[in-house]
Design a protein around this ligand. Structure first.
Ligand code: GP9
Ligand code: MN
Length: 416
C-alpha cells in the first residue's frame, strides 16, 4: 500500500532534498540544456600529461570558463553508462546488481526529462548505438524522452567507424542538423562512444603518442581520451557557428571509470604512486563541468560531489522548482550539504575520510586511520563508523524505492 514509502519520504525531506535556492537559481532559465556524457573519461587525465604532452587541452582550458568540480565521483555499478544516466535522471542510486535500466524499466519515476517537459522543454538523446542497448528504447520512453536518435539517425561507414561504432567527431557533426531543427528550449543528451574499452583508434586519428607500460589498455586510453577532447572542441565550435551556444548551458560529465584495477601496475607507474584501496576510490573521480556561456564568475569547486547531485543542481540553475521532488542528491552549489558521497558498493568519501573495504583513510593524506580488523573490539569504533551506517541506510532506501516501485504511490503534485 505504499506505507513503506513514508519513512523514506521523511528521510529524504530531512536529509537530502535540502530546501534553499542558491545565488545561481534561474541563471539558465529557459536556456537549452546540452548534456554530454563523456565515455570512460576519468579526472586523472585532466590537467595531466603523457610523454610531456597535455592529454586534454580543450577540457583543461574549459576549466577557466566553467564551474569545474574536481572532487566529483561516479556512483555506477554493473549498469555502467546506463547507471550514470539513471543517477542523473532520477537522483536515485543504481541497482547493487544488474542494471536498473533492464530490471526496473517499467517503474514510476519522476525524472529530469519529465520535469523539464512539464516546463515547456522537449528532450532528446543522441547516441550512435543500437536503441535497445541497455534497454534504452524502453527506459527512455518511460523516463519521458521525446526523441532518441540512435544509430539509425546516422550515416555509419567503414571510414567513420572505430571500436564500438561511429567516431565521436562524426557523431557530433551529424547530430548538428537534428539539434538545430529542434524546438527550443530543449534538453539534449549526447553520449560519446570512441573512448570505450579497449580504446581502439585509427592511426590517422591519433594525435599524441601512446603511453608505455605493461597495459595496452592504459597505453591506448590516452589517445582515445585526446580524440574525445578534440571532438568536444569541434562540437563547441559547431554550437557557436549555429548560434545555439549563447542560448544554452553545456554540462559535461564522465560516466564511469575506463581503467579498472586490473591495470594497477600500469596506473601506479603512471601516477607514480602506490595503488592502494584509497587510491582506487580516488580514481573513481570523473570530470564534471557546468559551462554557462557569457558567465564570468567561474570557479574550481573542491567540495565532495557525485552523480547523485546532478539533477537538483541542474534544476536550480534552470530555475525549475523541485521542492516536490524526492531525491538523494543535494545541490552542489549549496553550502549545507549531505556530508558524504556514497559509492554503490558502500564505500564513501567525506571531507575528512575515504572509507572502503572496512578501512578508514585520511582523505587528504591517504593514511590508514583504522581498519575494522584492527580495532580492539572493546567498544572501539572506526572514525568512519557513524557514516557507515548512514550510507547503508541511504543505499537501502534507494533500493526499496526501486525494488518496490514505490514512487507509484506518491503524488508529486505536478500539474499536467
Ligand atoms: C553503449 C555505451 C557504452 O551504448 O553507452 O556502454 P558502457 O559499456 O560504457 O556501459
Ligand atoms: Mn560508458
Amino acid at each position: 500500500d505504499g506505507n513503506e514509502l513514508n519513512d523514506i519520504v521523511d528521510y529524504m525531506e530531512n536529509e537530502t532534498t535540502i530546501q534553499g535556492k542558491t545565488d545561481l537559481y534561474g541563471i539558465a532559465e529557459d536556456k537549452n540544456l546540452i548534456f554530454v556524457s563523456l565515455e570512460s573519461v576519468q579526472s586523472f587525465v585532466i590537467n595531466n600529461t603523457v610523454n610531456g604532452e597535455e592529454v586534454t587541452p580543450f577540457l583543461n582550458d574549459l576549466i577557466d570558463d566553467s564551474y569545474y568540480f574536481e572532487n566529483f565521483y561516479h556512483q555506477t555499478a554493473q549498469g555502467k553508462t546506463s547507471d550514470s544516466e539513471f543517477l542523473v535522471e532520477n537522483s536515485l542510486y543504481p541497482s547493487p546488481r544488474g542494471a536498473v535500466y533492464f530490471t526496473h524499466a517499467q517503474n514510476d519515476y519522476h525524472s529530469l526529462p519529465e520535469m523539464l517537459n512539464n516546463n515547456d522543454y522537449m528532450s532528446t538523446v543522441f547516441h550512435a548505438n543500437n536503441e535497445s542497448f541497455w534497454n534504452r528504447d524502453v527506459m527512455y520512453e518511460n523516463l519521458g524522452y521525446d526523441t532518441f536518435h540512435d544509430v539509425k539517425s546516422y550515416n555509419v561507414t567503414d571510414e567513420n567507424t572505430v571500436g564500438w561504432g561511429l567516431k565521436d567527431k562524426a557523431f557530433f557533426e551529424q547530430s548538428m542538423p537534428y539539434l538545430e531543427s529542434q524546438q527550443q528550449p530543449f534538453y539534449s543528451k549526447f553520449i560519446t562512444l570512441t573512448n570505450h574499452y579497449p580504446f581502439d583508434l585509427d592511426q590517422e586519428d591519433a594525435t599524441i603518442e601512446k603511453y608505455d607500460s605493461n597495459s595496452r589498455t592504459l597505453n591506448q586510453y590516452f589517445q582515445t581520451v585526446r580524440y574525445t577532447d578534440e571532438a568536444i572542441k569541434e562540437f563547441f565550435n559547431k554550437l557557436k557557428e549555429s548560434g545555439l551556444y549563447k542560448d544554452s548551458i553545456i554540462v559535461l560529465m564522465g560516466d564511469h571509470y575506463g581503467i579498472s584495477d586490473f591495470h594497477k601496475k600500469a596506473m601506479s607507474q603512471y601516477l607514480d604512486k602506490e595503488y592502494t584501496d584509497y587510491q582506487h576510490v580516488q580514481l573513481q573521480r570523473v570530470p564534471f563541468y557546468i559551462h554557462i556561456p557569457g558567465h564570468d564568475d567561474n570557479q574550481v569547486i573542491s567540495k565532495i560531489t557525485g552523480q547523485i547531485d546532478v539533477k537538483p543542481t541542474l534544476l536550480d540553475l534552470l530555475g525549475i522548482d523541485d521542492s516536490n521532488d524526492l531525491s538523494f542528491g543535494t545541490n552542489m552549489f549549496l553550502d549545507e550539504r549531505k556530508p558524504y558521497i556514497a559509492l554503490r558498493d558502500g564505500s564513501f568519501i567525506t571531507d575528512e575520510y575515504v572509507y572502503t573495504k572496512d578501512q578508514c583513510f585520511n582523505r587528504q593524506t591517504g593514511e590508514l586511520i583504522d581498519s575494522t580488523n584492527n580495532l580492539s573490539g572493546k567498544g572501539e569504533d572506526s572514525a568512519c563508523q557513524p557514516y557507515v551506517e548512514q550510507v547503508e541506510k541511504e543505499l537501502s532506501y534507494s533500493d526499496e524505492i526501486i525494488f518496490g516501485d514505490l514512487f507509484r504511490f506518491h503524488d508529486f503534485k505536478d500539474e499536467s
